[in-house]
Ligand binder design. Structure first.
Ligand code: C2E
Ligand code: CA
Ligand code: CA
Length: 721
């Protein structure tokens, strides 16, 4: 379930719950009502049946009482009219137990009948003839002396009666000669099912509308009353009792109230839950976006990049551009982190403007950005994209009224299909960027497997270097003489490191110094090399040397103290040593460089600016910083003396050096012509294969030395600043 559907689900669930609850309550209530009604109706039926049963029973009892009775038999046989009324028929006229009586057969001619509240004199047809005929037939089937009383319902004069019949018998039939049963008088009793009885039953059993109907009633409860033929001749009917309905009628409003309240409360709770869930979903979404956004630039961050890579993995052709602002740390150190942040923000804004926009643009580190292109043409477009990024960096960035130039190293990598993962493509682009950074180029660098090999070689060198720290004998020092341009004699020598690795064989200083710098091993390696030079200087107390020092060594706060310590230990004068530094130091931080150079000078060292004319070459640095010597980079030598512009360049550096009272060294002198040209322009010192290659200390002793007294006046460090 996605959290987005949560509010809807809550509502649905609650609505279903409410509906179900209402259904359950409603259903139960109706069922209970129905059950109550049903039960009451069954009870009423049983009661009415019981009441009618009572009527039958009392009619039967009276019939039996009046049946086997010698006195009654005798007065009837005697036709004693007064006694018949007084002792027998008056029961009908006073109507307490039965309300109709007919006497016939036996001694009677025709029928004599009496009715409740009627006359003493008998009437002939109060009981209908068919009732008497039917009763005669039924009683005939009853044995003499039996107490069986046939009964059935029938109407008489529009009123319903329960009739029962019996013979009026002698108690000892044998005493009168066991007459034929049919010769006995027949008595028919009628018990009236009239208003009075019904009222009594209704009152007793709390029934409403109890009455007798001829036709079967359509509604309400009923009880059939069987006639002579066994089929109903009438029905007792009454209003079906509905206690359930009545109860419901009384409960319905409170119940509805409670239900309404329940619905209201649940709806309110649902709304609350829904609002809470919505807030939760919003919050979830917000924090999910926040987790994927760089707070400073609002660009997607590294996490977002990881997801973007996963999403785009199946897109086939793709290209990734990786770039990193050069010297961003220096920018931060110079202008402070807050202003550094402003710069990054402005940079991000410029990157956002680039059209057509890449499929992904994100900031993945302090000064690292990634762009991704996917789909057909991605590989073809990425170079262009790199160019655009580079262009965006050209205009200076304004930060609090100051303007800054920054450059970036760019690398990219492409794939045609899914041959490598995007993760790998990112690694390749990163590597290509790093390569470009090392090369000092701002042009986008395309990934090449050779770069990978290079980096693998770097790794191998790094490992071997690590081991070499415990085997300093793998390192050695060669010395290249530096000649006085006028006399051609050696005035000093430049110490150049050599490493014969047990693992890798000889590795050139260009390579291993760089790797040592990158891996942070340069402090240890530099220490080993410095000691070696000092040991040689101890063996040759007149020797003056130039020692190359990496900017990273100089950045180590302890550096000057450390080398002074070593020199003190070995009793070597700092004045015999010239520290050679490249411009890389000044670029990183001119203020720091000035401070360090002052430190060195105060400690008594001489300083030289190495490889001048390459890289950043700022005359400004040369002017501001207290060097003793400047060394013209050997790359200029190749075109000297044939290329007029190279010669001009060299001559201007010499003039500049002299104007700043620096000693000028021409490096990489391989031919006599080059030496001649340099000498012609006033270069003070010369160094190169023409005179000598780097050599061992013992070999160096063979080189003609300048006479200390005859050596040209050395230009001293000026007191500037
Ligand atoms: P570098 O300081 O510019 O050193 C001069 C380099 O030029 C040396 O290479 C030297 O052999 C070479 N060279 C001298 N004359 C000629 C010439 O006439 N023609 C040509 N083509 N080359 C010439 P090497 O010894 O291979 O050193 C290379 C770089 O390694 C040095 O450049 C320096 O930057 C670094 N390096 C060497 N030793 C050390 C060291 O002890 N410490 C540090 N930090 N760096 C060192
Ligand atoms: Ca050097
Ligand atoms: Ca050099």
């Amino acid at each position: 379930m996605t959290p987005r559907h949560l509010p809807f689900r809550i509502t649905l669930l609650m609505a279903l719950t409410i509906a179900l609850f209402l259904l359950a309550v409603g259903g139960t209530t109706l069922w209970l009502t129905w059950q109550l009604n049903e039960r009451a109706q069954r009870d009423a039926e049983t009661m009415v049946q019981g009441a009618i049963g009572d009527v039958r029973q009392s009619l039967r009892n009276i019939a039996i009482d009046y049946s086997i009775w010698t006195r009654a038999y005798e007065i009837m046989m005697a036709q004693d009219q007064d006694a018949i009324y007084a002792e027998y028929a008056s029961g009908a006229t006073n109507g307490d137990i039965f309300q109709l009586l007919a006497l016939t057969d036996g001694p009677f001619e025709g029928t004599r009948s009496w009715i409740a509240d009627g006359a003493e004199e008998p009437a002939p047809g109060l009981v209908p003839e068919p009732v008497i005929d039917e009763m005669r037939e039924r009683v005939a089937a009853v044995e003499v002396g039996s107490s069986e009383v046939p009964q059935f319902f029938a109407e008489a004069d529009g009123v319903l009666y329960l009739f029962g019949g019996t013979r009026v018998e002698h108690e000892d039939p044998e005493a009168i000669g066991s007459p034929e049963p049919s010769s006995y008088p027949l008595a028919v009793f009628g018990s009236r099912i009239g208003e009075e009885l019904l009222e009594e039953i209704a009152f007793h059993y709390l029934l409403r509308g109890l009455r007798v109907t001829d036709a079967e009633p359509r509604t309400g409860s009923r009880l059939p009353l069987a006639g002579a033929a066994g089929t109903p001749v009438a029905w007792l009917s009454w209003e079906a009792p509905t206690p359930g309905t009545e109860l419901l009628g009384r409960l319905i409003w409170p119940l509805l109230g409670v239900l309404g309240l329940f619905v209201l409360i649940t709806t309110a709770v649902t709304r609350m839950a829904r609002r809470y869930a919505e807030a939760l979903v919003r919050e979830e979404k917000r924090s999910s976006v926040a987790a994927r956004t760089d707070t400073l630039t609002r660009l997607p961050n590294r996490m977002a990049l990881g997801e973007a890579l996963q999403r785009a993995e199946r897109k086939g052709e793709a290209a990734i551009l990786f770039f990193d602002v050069n010297g961003f740390k220096r920018v931060n150190d110079t202008i402070g982190h807050l202003d550094g942040d402003i710069l990054v923000k402005k940079l991000a804004d410029r990157l956002r403007r680039i059209q057509p926009a890449p499929d992904f643009l994100g900031r993945v580190g302090g000064d690292e950005f990634v762009m991704m292109l996917t789909g057909p043409g991605a590989s073809a477009r990425v170079g262009d994209l790199g160019g655009k990024v580079r262009e965006e960096m050209i205009p200076p960035f304004e930060v609090r009224g100051k303007s800054f130039h920054v450059t970036a190293a760019l690398g990219y990598a492409c794939r045609d299909k899914g041959e490598v993962s995007l993760e790998e493509l990112l690694r390749r682009a990163d590597l290509a960027m790093y390569h470009g950074k090392k090369q000092g180029t701002t042009a986008p660098v395309r990934y090449d497997p050779a770069i990978d090999h290079g980096s693998q070689e770097t790794l191998r060198i790094q490992e071997a270097l690590h081991d070499a720290l415990d085997a300093p004998e793998e390192f050695s020092m060669l010395y290249q003489p530096v000649m006085d341009a006028a006399t051609g004699r050696m005035v000093k020598a430049e110490a150049l490191a050599r490493w014969d690795s047990a693992r890798l064989g000889p590795v050139g200083p260009d390579k291993f110094i760089m790797v040592a710098e990158e891996s942070g091993l340069i402090l240890d390696v530099g220490g080993i090399l410095f000691r070696k030079v000092c040991e040689d200087m101890q063996r040759w107390p007149e020797l003056e040397v130039s020692i190359n020092v990496s900017p990273l060594q100089l950045n180590d706060g302890e550096f000057v103290r450390k080398i002074i310590g070593i020199l003190g230990e070995m009793e070597i004068e700092p004045g015999r040593i010239e520290i050679e530094l490249t411009e890389r130091l000044m670029v990183a931080s001119p203020e720091m460089a000035a401070f360090k150079l002052d430190q060195l000078r105060e400690a008594g060292f001489r300083t030289a600016l190495d490889d001048f004319g390459t890289g950043f070459s700022s005359i400004g640095y040369l002017k501001r910083l207290p060097f003793n010597t400047v060394k013209i980079d050997r790359s200029f030598m190749a075109d000297v003396p044939d290329d007029e512009r190279a010669v001009q360049m060299v001559s201007s550096i010499i003039m500049l050096g002299h104007s700043l009272e620096l000693a000028v060294v021409g490096e990489g002198v391989e031919t006599a012509e080059q030496a001649e040209a340099l000498r012609g322009h006033g270069c003070d010192l010369l160094q190169g294969y023409l005179f000598a290659r780097p050599m061992t200390l013992d070999q160096l002793r063979e080189v003609p030395q300048a006479d200390a007294a005859a050596s040209p006046p050395r230009r001293r460090a000026r007191s500037r600043r």
